[in-house]
Design a protein around this ligand. Structure first.
Ligand code: NAD
Ligand code: WQD
Length: 332
């Protein structure tokens, strides 16, 4: 079985490629390296001892995709390629709409041309906006607050319309909660450029003394300790969810959405304390203003993924904090 992984050099994509190779899938990666590095391909080979075919191409490039589909008999696609920074999407909406929508439309057109109708798509819990209650179920109202989130919601709609038009399609839409952690080897992980926007990459920079302290965005939320609560999920658990989604799209036609989260919410201060304890390191922090657009709490009801995909997260918050730091130390 041959799987095309778009964005396979990125954070979640690379971990998913490792799991696919471990399960003896053949993998073809297409990535334009706009937010990743080519050496990830070698690291994947080192971890798995297996070969992976890599095309450095833009998924918006129709000719390049044609070539990939002609040269490889692709059975199914996992589509990670996309831009993902919320703040950047507010500043540069056209780049976000162009990249995320164009890449998806081009990919779907070429897939249909080659009669490849099985796709797993990376959506996000951001499509729930501010949820009406917790935990979040898949049938909650959808609402976005920034262009990044809107690209995800639009793509979900495109995929649903596609199935209505042609019932040959098998589509799994995965709504990720907050992925953190890294592969236990410490060879692959998340390494954003510049000052990180997300919590764990920021904590890491404080741990490695590249930044002096963490800004905790608000402590007046209606949560256990006043700081924001999120459903953090180990990236390896998340990657394994994609293999279950591949099983599903291979078996059944249709289109469906699945929350990939643990179902547990942790506050910012709980993450800081756990990180300090498991890694035996002090993380200085200051309480600052709440970040505009943030919600108080967000965590999944992961029951549907358990029932329909036979998947659930198994790695706990300690392992997430340990593996995140293990990867960071190996980058030094
Ligand atoms: P990432 O930036 O690490 O990986 C995305 C990869 O796609 C990168 O390697 C980038 O170079 C590539 N890419 C982007 N546009 C491309 C294009 N036009 N052609 C070819 N390659 C392209 O991001 P990630 O964290 O691994 O996220 C993967 C997917 O999951 C994204 O679609 C993202 O929106 C989604 N997602 C991420 C999170 C998160 O917190 N990390 C949460 C929910 C959803
Ligand atoms: C987590 C918590 C912050 C940084 C974002 C996207 C979402 C999804 C995942 C792609 C919040 C607090 C953070 C800091 C802090 N991505 N925080 N100090 O905002 O839940 O989700 O990433 O789909 O779309 O919006 O994640 O890691 O930024 O924040 O106190 O320096 O940590 O306020 O409570 P978020 P995050």
């Amino acid at each position: 079985m041959k799987i095309l992984v778009t964005g396979g050099c990125g954070y979640i994509g690379s971990h998913t490629v490792v799991e696919l190779l471990d399960e003896n899938y053949e993998v073809v990666i297409v990535d334009n390296l706009c937010n990743s590095k080519k050496d990830v391909v070698d690291k994947i080979k080192t971890i798995t001892g297996k070969d992976v075919k890599f095309y450095e191409e833009d998924v918006c490039d129709k000719k390049a995709l044609q070539k990939i589909f002609k040269e490889n008999k692709i059975d199914a696609v996992i589509h990670f390629a996309g831009l993902k920074a919320v703040g950047e999407s507010v500043a540069e909406p056209l780049r976000y709409y162009r990249n995320n929508l164009d890449s998806t439309l081009t990919l779907l057109e070429i897939m249909a041309e080659h009669k490849c109708y099985k796709i797993v798509f990376s959506s996000s819990a951001t499509v729930y906006g501010a949820p009406k209650s917790l935990p979040i179920k898949e049938d909650f109202p959808l609402h976005t607050t920034n262009p990044y989130g809107s690209t995800k919601l639009m793509i979900e709609q495109i995929l649903k319309d596609l199935y209505i038009a042609d019932s040959n399609w098998s589509i799994a839409i995965l709504r990720y909660f907050n992925p953190i952690g890294a592969h236990a080897s410490g060879l692959i992980g998340e390494n954003p450029n510049g000052i990180p926007n997300n919590l764990m990459p920021y904590i890491i920079k404080v741990a490695t003394k590249e930044l002096p302290y963490l800004n905790v965005f608000g402590n007046n939320y209606d949560t256990k300790d006043g700081t924001g609560v999120r459903d953090y999920i180990h990236v390896v658990d998340l990657a394994k969810g994609h293999l279950k989604a591949i099983d599903k799209v291979i078996k059944d036609k249709g289109v469906d959405c699945y929350n990939l989260g643990t179902g547990k919410g942790y506050s910012v201060l709980e993450i800081v304390k756990t990180f300090e304890k498991v890694n035996n390191i002090k993380i200085d922090y200051k309480i600052t203003e709440a970040r505009p657009g943030d919600i108080a709490a967000c965590y999944a009801d992961p029951t549907y993924a358990k029932d329909k995909l036979n998947w659930e997260a198994t790695l706990d918050i300690k392992k997430m904090c340990e593996d995140s730091y293990n990867y960071a130390k190996k980058q030094k």
